[in-house]
Design a protein around this ligand. Structure first.
Ligand SMILES: Nc1nc2c(ncn2[C@@H]2O[C@H](COP(=O)(O)OP(=O)(O)OP(=O)(O)O)[C@@H](O)[C@H]2O)c(=O)[nH]1
Ligand SMILES: [Mg+2]
Length: 303
């Protein structure tokens, strides 16, 4: 049985081809370790969306290791690269849980990145683990957004607190927090809009939602999860900076890693922002959400 690891490996195949296989070709094709090799490597890393500064750092680290360990055969470099990339991916970072009910997660991100889908998948996972989950339809900008969340709620077996299109999202969230407290649910997952009339409105609205949650439950939200679409590559890193300013992002959900060659962006995100990737999306299905485990991710890329 290939199992979950096999599935992950399979979903990451494009990233593996664009990043790891190309690195390997450089190492196996070279007769010696020289500046040309380092330059080629740098180019591949940057092209694979690892991010310029993280790419430069990785190459510099490789140069130092080559000197330290007196490596002369380019074929020995693949293992060193794997070690270094695994190091850049950091330690596993778990979702924070509240000591008392409910644990509240606020889900933010620009439009179309996969916020609502992620909430549906996460709700299913939590419900399966015996937890009671409530969803808040904080995206009141489009009627379809509320319906979409309801469809996911049904699939996951989680109730949805909603108002009508155009309602004040902070009021929906207030209602949801009260319901979560009175029904003693384990988790409240709050969906938010990815697009409003303009960016300033969007950011103000998020700040307002967050204030309502903070006021009603002392240490909530327990996570502000920023959802990023891996297929946007370097743009994703810009989005972290934007949302950090208003929402104090505590974790990242990186979606659409399946079928993209831009999965190297996870190395850049971990290298260039201080926000840990906590979950990854590897498909549109309800079971296609995984905890991000750096070691396992690196193995799936390199094996
Ligand atoms: N392949 C793939 N598709 C995904 C993944 N996550 C979400 N999607 C798809 O991305 C599209 C947008 O997902 P939504 O969940 O509606 O995104 P959103 O952030 O809620 O979008 P807005 O509400 O418009 O801001 C849908 O077609 C999803 O099926 C993933 O991990 N892999
Ligand atoms: Mg949505």
């Amino acid at each position: 049985m290939a199992g979950i690891f096999g599935k992950l490996k399979d979903k990451l195949s494009k990233t593996r081809q664009g990043l790891v296989d190309r690195i390997e070709q450089v190492f196996t094709g070279a007769s010696k370790i020289d500046d040309d090799l380092y330059e080629e490597l740098e180019e591949i890393l940057i092209q694979a969306d690892v991010g310029v500064s993280t790419s430069l750092e990785l190459v510099e680290m490789l140069r130092e290791t080559v000197k330290e360990r007196k490596i002369s055969d380019p074929k020995d470099l693949q293992e060193v690269m794997k070690e270094q990339i695994t190091g850049k991916l950091g330690e596993k970072s778990e979702l924070r849980l509240s000591d008392s009910k409910p644990t509240v997660y606020l889900i933010v991100g620009v439009n179309g990145v996969g916020k609502t889908t992620t909430i549906g998948k996460l709700a299913k996972h939590l419900q399966e683990g015996g937890k009671k989950v409530l969803l808040a339809a904080g995206d009141t900008f489009r009627a379809a957004a509320i319906e979409q969340l309801e469809v996911w709620g049904e699939r996951a077996g989680a109730e949805v607190i909603k108002q009508t299109e155009g309602a004040d999202p902070a009021a929906v969230v207030y209602d949801a927090v009260q319901a979560a407290k009175s029904r003693a649910v384990d988790f409240l997952l709050i969906d938010t809009a990815g697009r409003l009339h303009n960016k300033v409105n969007l950011m103000n609205e998020l700040a307002k939602i967050k204030r309502v949650v903070e006021r009603e439950i002392a240490d909530a939200p327990h996570e502000v999860l920023l959802v990023l679409d891996a297929t946007t590559g370097q743009n994703a890193i810009q989005q972290v900076k934007l949302f950090q300013e208003v929402a104090n992002v505590s974790g990242i959900v990186l979606t659409k890693l399946d079928g993209t060659a831009k999965g190297g962006v996870v190395i850049g995100i971990q290298g260039e922002t201080r926000v840990p990737v906590k979950l990854i999306g590897i498909g549109e299905g309800i079971d296609d959400l995984k905890a991000f485990e750096p070691q396992e991710f690196a193995e799936a890329l390199f094996v």
